[in-house]
Design a protein. Structure first.
Lengths: 324, 246
């Protein structure tokens, strides 16, 4: 028996969400009294892999070859499912990232395993195996009982704390048994905005709505975000009007995020918007209308004009940094 | 002639206040308005664009009970050619994917489009599961989809960027905003939807792998702490020393 965790890399490095997944998987392995094995696909330095031991991985299966260099969910799912069988895994853990979302269901089908997407807590392992996950666009949580012998769980980023338990992981080469037909999808180009904090990974987010009047006013949003090391986001009408790219649109029909801090500026707080951000740990609202619904779910707020308040916030963050 | 299958789900309207009954084991449907899942609606819109001018057919499929038929008729009004309803409660994503794969297996669709996720259970699981069951590629969070002969070029959202891929027919794609404009049914569409074919088929048997046993709503937040507009520095200070998030 074992627990297997897939450690997705981004250009050879692991993000915090992966350390969260390893820590989470380690805690499950401890509950089940078994070992934690990680699997890494693609080009990652040995030191990076060994470092996973710090979060509890005892062994890392490593596989890197030309055809697996970039992510193709069909092929990666074959490799991970194969590893799960070889390691006799009882639970397979992934991060519920964009890639994780394309992988977990395929792995689940291959292993005839129940899949819990977007878990937010450790599973209950005594008696019936169950885990809590988000549902109804974050308006609720659902506890899912998993009946199959093998379970696939994808963990919501920023829902579980990274825990260092110490240790170095041993590395074992793993063979590629994916079928040729798993590689029909061809990646032509990957475009990454490297100068910005990516929204789905961000711990801090500064977001603007229609109250900002136009795209020319986003300078102060970006400045505040840059100072804080935050990502920028927006409401749907803002991206619909092309003031901001669609990739920044959060909410029921956009991205769902759960950062430590969400600052909403000139956003009314419509239910569809809240669906994407309500699991943020701390919510700050800047709105000139005291009746704006967003204040009902906020932790901190200022009733006032964003054009006066945001520049003052920027100045305050600057002086905070100077004094730090 | 292109043959497209679009999977549609019937979900609570986005403004729904979510509550539960039966000791928090069931979603409370009382007074809830059900709609075509917004992501599925854009998948359907793209499928219709791709088959315009008699260039193909668009079948919509739903796994649901008879109560979902108004939503299916809406899809027909928007422009789908015909519809199939698998007569069953959509138990979980695996159950739904199995039904759709069982139906699609011998139908030679060039592509199967779904939404990126359903806004009720938000699993984002059905498209990749169908892909796996049919052993064909699946791609999701697709913001652009164009056809070139027997393959498609798609733009997929990834963390902090995008990926451009080509995929040969047949494949499954989960679509998101940007792939098309939402289409509003016109009068002709609404009239013709009544007579377009809607066939009802019985489900195949599927092993139950998972089951929702309890729902909860998030604990309410405390009341908001308001800071005076004249003093935004105070807010930054609170975020630093009280909330400890910056
Ligand atoms: C099916 C469906 C799905 C949807 N999905 C989403 C979604 O995913 N995400 C989303 O965001 N929306 C979504 N919406 C839209 C949603 O209902 C709201 O219309 C939208 O969130 C409103 O955006 P907003 O708050 O930026 O604009 P508004 O509602 O126009 O609010 C602007 C706010 O700015 C304030 N303001 C104005 N001037 C100032 C100033 N100078 N200083 C400070 N505050 C100021 C105003 O008081 C107001 O509260 C969806 C709607 C539907 C029907
Ligand atoms: N009951 C259903 N019938 C048909 N298609 C569905 C059903 N449920 C989900 N889908 C499709 O699968 C997509 C993803 O759903 P989900 O995996 O539930 O997030 C949806 O956008 C639909 O296209």
């Amino acid at each position: 028996m074992s627990v297997l965790v897939y450690v997705e890399n981004a250009e050879g490095k692991f993000k915090k969400s992966i350390f969260e997944a390893v820590s989470y998987a380690k805690a499950i392995a401890q509950k089940l009294n078994t070992n934690l094995v990680a699997i890494s696909i693609g080009n990652v330095a040995h030191a990076e892999l060994e470092n996973l031991g710090k979060y509890g991985a005892e062994k890392v299966l490593h596989i890197n070859n030309e055809r697996l260099k970039s992510f193709v969910n069909q092929a990666y799912a074959s490799v991970i499912a194969e590893a799960a069988k070889k390691e006799n895994a009882e639970v397979v853990v992934l991060s519920n990232s964009f890639s994780g979302k394309g992988l977990a269901p395929r792995i689940g089908v291959k292993l005839e395993a129940a899949v819990a997407d977007g878990a937010i807590e450790l599973p209950q392992t005594e008696g019936k195996f169950s885990v809590k996950k988000t549902a109804f666009s974050n308006k609720a949580f659902a506890t899912v009982e998993m009946h199959s012998p093998i379970k696939v769980i994808s963990l919501t980023p920023n829902a579980y704390k990274v825990e260092e338990v110490g240790g170095t992981a041993s590395i074992e080469e793993f063979s590629d048994e994916a079928k040729d037909s798993d590689f029909k999808t061809i990646i032509k180009e990957i475009v990454r905005a490297t100068d910005k904090v990516s929204l789905p990974d961000a711990e801090l987010v500064v977001s603007g709505g229609r109250g900002l009047k136009g795209p020319e006013n986003w300078g102060m949003i970006e400045e505040l975000a840059n100072l804080l090391g935050a990502a920028t986001a927006c409401s749907k009408p803002v991206s619909d009007a092309d003031w901001r790219p669609h990739s920044e649109h959060v909410g029921q029909t956009g991205i769902t995020i759960s950062p430590n801090l969400y600052i909403a500026i000139g956003i009314s707080g419509a239910i569809q918007h809240l669906a994407g951000v309500s699991s943020s740990k701390v919510i700050v609202v800047i709105n000139k209308d005291p009746e704006a619904p967003f204040f009902k779910v906020a932790d901190y707020g200022i009733v006032g004009d964003a054009f006066e308040i945001v520049p003052k916030m920027i100045a305050a963050v600057k002086s905070l940094k100077l004094n730090a | 002639m292109m043959k497209i299958l679009v999977c549609i789900s019937n979900v609570p309207d986005t403004t729904t206040k979510i509550t539960f009954t039966n000791d928090n084991t069931q979603f409370n449907q009382a007074g809830v308005q059900f709609v075509l899942n917004p992501y599925d609606e854009i998948a359907l819109s793209r499928a219709i664009e791709l088959t315009e001018n008699g260039n193909g057919t668009v079948t919509v499929i739903n796994v649901g009970e008879v109560s979902t038929e108004p939503t299916i008729r809406k899809a027909l009004a928007i422009g789908a050619t015909n519809a199939v309803r698998v007569n069953a409660v959509p138990h979980d994503a695996y159950f739904v994917a199995k039904q759709i794969a069982a139906y699609a297996k011998d139908q030679n669709y060039d592509m199967i489009l779904t939404g990126r996720e359903s806004i009720d259970y938000n699993g984002a699981k059905v498209p990749a599961m169908i892909g796996e069951l049919l052993d064909i590629p699946s791609v999701s969070i697709i913001k652009k989809l164009t056809i070139d002969g027997n393959s498609a070029t798609v733009e997929r959202e990834i963390e902090g960027g995008k990926e451009i891929l080509t995929i040969p027919f047949p494949f499954v794609a989960g679509t998101a905003e940007g792939v098309a404009e939402w289409k509003i049914p016109n009068m002709r569409g609404i009239m013709s939807a009544r007579t377009k074919p809607l066939s009802v088929i019985e489900p195949v048997e599927v092993k139950t792998l998972s089951e929702i046993v309890k729902f909860e709503t998030p604990a309410p937040r405390g009341t908001v702490k308001l800071v005076d507009a004249a003093n935004p520095e105070k807010l930054i200070d609170l975020l630093h020393s009280e909330a400890k998030v910056i």
